[in-house]
Design a protein around this ligand. Structure first.
Ligand code: UD1
Ligand code: CA
Length: 456
């Protein structure tokens, strides 16, 4: 069938009590609206979905500028029927319209595909589900023969209707020509004074248009987000589902309930992930790796046999095979660790390449530096890479030894095999294979007395 997709996303989301429009709130690190847009691409790859935006519209468009969608404005939020009406001029008469709601984020491509395939041509399709607690949602009213006759909103329903557990998901397939006839006829005489899209069902029934209903693969797929309680619950359900998928792929998660994936993760075999690990952006982990507790990994590539120890925060780094990082390490964007390098506790590295077998084990800051192979960087070493205006690079040659508590004032080069004496402030290049140090000579004062307390 010729299909156009419309995503309704203009509402404010009053019940979120937020300055951010509801559809921009994140679920698993991605806005609600982006989840829906991605599902629509999956079922209709060559079609640009139409997004109806309104409340804080510029913010929505700006945040999601990277998406290939057509934006249609609904300047006043007068209801879901009014919202869909705004998009109709962009849709040819012979199309069917797949309607998705921007606040029903987890609808899967599989469910949508089977919904589209099973809905007969020229009829109306509604995706419904049976909820243990349907409160707040539109209820599906069926006649004795089981045919759908109406959708009634919670606020407009009788006590008997409220007991119905079959709900409207807000996802429909609707012939465009019928919408063009029906939507302008909608009335807003209801509890919310809104033009309800759901009222077209009764119109269809009165015109003998067939109504077909389908159900989703899992009921979480049609859970809507209206407040932060629902958002938090759906986040946990979604995370648990992702964790179970990883477990089935052979990843060990010490506690699937304490694992958060807010992006894409690819993992090799025999990887162990301890509790409270957060994965963001695109993360790749090789074989036989160990990720300790409380680590945050964002846009990281990790080779085989790597150990990331507890409480490390790693962002935009590449870590080659056999490295060990942490505990309490922070690797910032542009960090590249060559094989078998060791980064220890309270070490921060930014925009730096660390050579094979190099050790930076304690209390160190390396920024904008190129460090060679088998270098030993002593505790408390700092590259002074910033002069208050510009950043400068530090180069350290292979096999160099940087004594503890040294400051390397960039731009500066430490030659291969050089040794820097502990406690030095190095402001000029240090030659290869020599000892360079800059500190006052040690003295002892023989008859020195400690100060005494004054008598009062
Ligand atoms: C809606 C349905 C209800 C269904 C539920 C499923 C109607 C009248 N009710 O109720 O039957 O069970 O979803 O989650 O459709 N929107 C606009 N413009 C508007 C109003 C809303 O674009 O003027 C958008 C919202 O941004 C949201 C979606 O439409 O993404 C649904 O709106 P919402 O107000 O949340 O409707 P519900 O009360 O949840
Ligand atoms: Ca809703």
């Amino acid at each position: 069938m010729n299909l156009s997709t419309v995503i309704l996303a203009a509402g404010k989301g009053k019940r979120m009590y937020s300055e951010t429009p509801k559809v921009l709130h994140p679920l698993a690190g991605k806005t609600l609206l982006e989840h829906v847009v991605n599902s629509s691409y999956a079922v209709n790859p060559h079609h640009q979905p139409i997004v109806v935006y309104g409340h804080e519209g510029e913010k929505v468009k700006k945040t999601l500028a990277h998406l290939n969608v057509a934006w249609v404005e609904q300047s006043q939020q007068l209801g879901t029927g009014h919202a869909l009406l705004q998009a109709l001029t962009h849709i040819p008469d012979d199309h069917n319209v797949l309607v998705l709601y921007g606040d029903v984020p987890l609808i899967s491509a599989e469910t949508l595909k089977s919904f589209i395939d099973t809905t007969p041509k020229n009829s109306i399709g509604i995706l419904t589900a049976t909820f243990p607690d349907p409160s707040g949602l539109g209820r599906i009213i069926r006649n004795k023969e089981g045919q759908i006759t109406q959708i009634i909103e919670d606020k407009d329903s009788t006590d008997a209707q409220r007991r119905i557990q079959e709900i409207n998901s807000g996802i429909y397939i609707l012939p465009a020509n019928l919408l063009k006839k029906w939507l302008p006829q909608l009335q807003n005489q209801n509890a919310q004074k809104e033009y309800y899209l759901t009222d077209i069902i009764a119109m269809a029934v009165s015109e003998n248009i067939a109504i077909h209903s389908s159900q989703p693969g899992a009921y979480e797929e049609v859970l809507g987000i209206n407040d932060r309680v629902q958002l938090a619950k759906l986040e946990r359900q979604y995370q648990l589902r992702q964790a179970e998928k990883l477990l089935r792929q052979g990843v060990t998660l010490h506690d699937p309930a304490r694992f958060d994936l807010r992006g894409e993760l690819s993992v090799g075999s025999d990887v162990i992930i301890d509790i409270n690990v957060i994965i963001e952006g695109k993360v790749q982990i090789g074989n036989h790796c160990l990720i300790g507790p409380n680590c945050v990994l964002r846009n990281v590539i990790i080779g085989d046999h790597v150990e990331i120890k507890a409480n490390s925060v790693i962002d935009g780094a590449e870590i080659a095979e056999g490295c060990s990082v942490g505990p309490f390490a922070r690797l910032r964007p542009g960090t590249v660790l060559s094989p078998r390098s060791h980064i220890g506790n309270f070490v921060e590295i930014k925009n730096s390449e660390i050579g094979t077998g190099t050790k930076v084990n304690h209390l160190t800051y390396l920024g904008d530096s190129d460090v060679g192979k088998n270098v030993n960087v002593g505790a408390g070493t700092i590259t002074c890479n910033y002069d208050g205006i510009n950043k400068h690079r530090t180069t350290i040659g292979d096999d160099a030894f940087i004594g503890s508590n040294s400051q390397l004032v960039a731009p500066v080069t430490i030659g291969a095999g050089a040794t820097i004496g502990a406690g030095s402030t190095i402001t000029r290049d240090a030659p290869a294979h020599q000892l360079t140090l800059s500190r006052g000579q040690q003295r002892s004062i023989e008859n020195w007395q400690r100060p005494k307390k004054k008598e009062s």
